[in-house]
Unconditional design. Structure first.
Length: 325
């Protein structure tokens, strides 16, 4: 009988979905050594109880678009309203409340310069609830995006990962493109990255073979990838923290690469601003966070200053609204 707690099989299923979010349950079941029905049942339970979502995501970097991180210091009675308004916008990727509930941090995904101007100078950010706004452009991603976090803990063996991986995204030097007539398909995958081919045929009006070809082309070019989100606290990682790190310029690349290998980091990027690295860290508790700050991170050559801010509430990650626990 299955227990009420999520177990190693659930973690393996999450890892499998990080490797290939559209892999058929039959292929996942073969790799995990269980039945199709078990995989389907576990998947439904993860969706219902752990907020699991499998979603098509544009790779902003490969599409040649800028990413910006905004830090919004708010009046104590205004932070939640600002965060909720940002979360509703289609040009934000995630929105978190930090720093005793007075700071909102969000990642923006503007498609045009006009989008960015509207976000920074529009009605929302003229709110009297805002005290200070700082913007940081993401210069280089060391870890995150299409690279899932749970794989760092290796629920699956290397041969299982290889059996699941449909393809390896190519290394591209220039931007790729999503054509205007691909937008209905991309929107459908954003709503449900595991939508069936017949369902996508109905939504887009294309033939099933055409849908298969376009998904393969979009995923193969790197313009689109399939990502997963879920409540990491349900798997024992209850403490999520944002780090702003100042590193000696000559050590920036080495520190960023080292942090990308740490099991605690879910995202690491070089940024503009007074701090030149930002990271999102997941730990089981505050004691483990302290051990990471004083050990794994603190001992790296070149680290000069670290500012930490626990996530108090997550308004948005890949989807909005964030599923409630």
């Amino acid at each position: 009988m299955e227990s009420d707690a999520f177990d190693e099989l659930d973690r393996k299923l999450l890892h499998a979905l990080e490797v290939d979010g559209r892999a058929p349950f039959s292929r996942i079941a073969d790799v995990l050594g269980v039945s199709n029905q078990t995989v389907a049942r576990r998947y439904r339970r993860l969706r219902a109880e752990a907020g699991l979502r499998v979603i098509g995501v544009r790779d902003t970097r490969r599409l040649g678009r800028d990413e910006w991180m905004l830090r919004l210091r708010c009046a104590p009675d205004g932070a939640e309203a600002v965060a909720a308004a940002l979360a509703r916008r289609p040009d934000t990727a995630w929105v978190h409340l930090t720093s005793a509930g007075t700071e909102v941090v969000c990642l923006t995904l503007p498609r045009t310069a006009g989008d960015y101007d509207d976000l920074l100078f529009g009605k929302l950010l003229r709110s009297r609830k805002l005290i200070e706004v700082t913007a940081h452009q993401l210069l280089h991603r060391f870890y995150g995006g299409r690279t899932g976090w749970i794989g760092k803990h290796r629920p699956l063996a290397a041969d299982q990962v290889a059996a699941l991986r449909a393809f390896v995204p190519p290394e591209t030097t220039g931007p790729v493109r999503i054509a205007p007539d691909d937008e209905p398909l991309v929107a459908a995958l954003k709503a449900d990255g595991r939508a069936s081919y017949p369902e996508l045929q109905r939504i887009t009006g294309r033939s099933e073979s055409a849908v298969k070809r376009r998904i393969a082309a979009l995923l193969g070019s790197g313009a689109l990838y399939i990502d997963v989100e879920y409540d990491t606290a349900r798997f024992g990682f209850t403490t999520a923290t944002m780090l702003w790190i100042t590193v000696a310029p000559g050590a920036l690349d080495a520190v960023g690469r080292a942090m990308a290998e740490h099991p605690e980091t879910a995202h690491v990027s070089a940024i503009t601003g007074t701090a030149n690295l930002m990271a999102s860290v997941l730990t089981r508790d505050t004691a483990e966070l302290y051990a990471y700050l004083s050990g794994g991170l603190g001992t790296l050559d070149g680290v000069r200053h670290v500012e930490s801010a626990p996530y108090l509430r997550r308004f948005k990650e890949l989807t909005y609204p964030r599923p409630l626990r």
